[in-house]
Design a protein around this ligand. Structure first.
Ligand code: SF4
Ligand code: SF4
Length: 88
């Protein structure tokens, strides 16, 4: 697992408690607060920046802010540039 510094902004006022973000996250960054009926972005360091939580939220209560200096991004860019001859 590569840890990142992606940030997640969550607007609890907008959230309608549908659990979509919680169910969408494939790396279990998001836990569920049964009492408050809201997501808890608990393990943000594991976030893979797939953006599912942001895209799937029906009310725009989640925003993922990528850390472009993270190791995972650099690896992706390296692979992309190796496979893209126009960047050489
Ligand atoms: S961006 Fe993807 S990995 Fe990160 S919290 Fe959202 S669903 Fe999980
Ligand atoms: S998808 Fe959006 S509205 Fe639904 S629980 Fe998550 S933050 Fe709240």
């Amino acid at each position: 697992m590569i840890y990142t510094n992606h940030k997640i902004e969550f607007d609890a006022e907008k959230c309608i408690g549908c659990q979509i973000c919680y169910k969408a996250c494939f790396v279990d960054v998001i836990r569920w607060d049964e009492e408050a009926k809201k997501p808890i972005f608990k393990y943000v360091g594991d976030c893979e920046h797939c953006n599912y939580c942001e895209i799937k939220c029906p009310v725009g209560a989640v925003k993922v802010i990528p850390d472009f200096s993270s190791q995972s991004f650099r690896q992706t860019f390296d692979i992309y540039s190796k496979n893209n001859t126009s960047l050489r």
